[in-house]
Design a protein around this ligand. Structure first.
Ligand code: GLV
Length: 327
């Protein structure tokens, strides 16, 4: 049996919220674990305090792993984010301090692509509006003009960002008869483009052409407010915007304005600019479908994400190369 002394020598890993999939058990005999007991999101000061003695941290996308937090934790060697996005972490500061950052790609790709399609279909066919009407007792019988939506067949799906998730969204497009265009700074190889039957367009051209624009870019200084007032206005009249990426990619107030004016048919949002707060007026709009950041939210995916983060965290602490490192 492990003696208390031996246990004390094990590195300390702070886990900022419960992990599913039996992931915590992977630490047994290899690290001491402190699971934070918190009620809401952690602020910078609380996070810095919690990580002060830690060698490793398993964090979530709501944890602000800022420069100040990293500088307050000189013993920290690895931050394993249970998310594919790492915009909650100051990667420059981590690199400068020699802290390895890992994330959880691949395992959530298909689930997130499914959710993007759920939003596309939900907005195009007014699924939630219909549900609300029925529940409110407003369904008085079939009518030829009741909640008419828009067809997807023959239309153009414009993907902003063509990484793993963008490509998975593209692969589903033929099933709905949609043609795919994509925009990102780096064009894909010809073979990948032709396998996906996807055409590369500059962003402005994509916005002018696409009937549905779905965002799949990471949040970086280049993509913050990429969909600003001007670009939202450049979208085809009557188009649909879907965001399963990160809220700050879109100017949410401008989006509310254009939706209210009926310039766009509708929007499906899983993420918000000041999450979990919503821009004023968003909630009241009938033509938006709003989800609470559910992109990767299936039981099996969350289990896999948790195990991946713990495995990579342990790899760094045990002197091995983690499989999914960012910096
Ligand atoms: C979810 O938003 C993620 O980045 O994993």
């Amino acid at each position: 049996m492990r003696s208390e002394d031996a246990a004390r020598k094990l590195p300390l890993v702070v886990v900022t919220a419960p992990l599913s999939g039996g992931a915590l058990a992977l630490f047994e005999g290899r690290a001491r674990v402190k699971l934070l007991d918190r009620r809401g999101p952690l602020g910078e000061a609380e996070l810095a305090e919690a990580l002060r003695e830690a060698s490793g941290a398993v964090t979530f996308l709501t944890d602000p792993v800022t420069r100040a937090v990293l500088e307050a934790c000189p013993g920290l060697r690895v931050v394993s984010n249970v998310a594919v996005g790492t915009d909650n972490i100051d990667l420059e500061a981590a690199r400068a301090q020699g802290v390895v950052v890992t994330h959880t790609p691949d395992v959530l790709t298909e689930a997130t692509a499914d959710l993007a399609w759920a939003l596309i279909l939900g907005v195009a066919r007014r699924v939630v509006e219909g549900d609300r009407m029925v529940r409110a007792g407003g369904f008085s019988g079939w009518a030829p003009d009741l909640l008419l939506g828009v067809d997807l067949r023959g239309k153009i799906l414009g993907l902003v960002g063509m990484g793993r998730i963008g490509r998975a969204v593209a692969r589903r497009a033929p099933a709905f008869g949609m043609r795919v265009a994509y925009s990102q700074p780096r064009r894909l190889e010809d073979s990948v483009e032709s396998a996906l039957n996807a055409r590369h367009l500059p962003l402005e051209d994509l916005l002018a052409a696409a009937d549905v624009v779905s965002l799949h870019c990471p949040l970086t200084s280049e993509t913050r407010r990429l969909m600003d007032r001007r670009r939202l206005l450049a979208m085809k009249p009557g188009a649909i915007l879907v965001n399963t990426a990160r809220g700050p990619v879109v100017d949410e107030e401008a989006l509310v304005e254009w939706l209210r004016q009926g310039r766009l048919f509708g929007a499906g949002l899983d993420v918000y600019e000041r999450e979990p707060a919503l821009a004023p007026g968003l909630r009241e709009l009938p033509n938006v479908l709003l989800l609470p950041h559910l992109g990767s939210a299936t039981g099996a995916v969350r289990d896999a994400m948790a195990r991946m983060a713990v495995t990579d965290c342990l790899a760094v602490l045990e002197g091995r190369q983690p499989e999914h490192w960012v910096v």
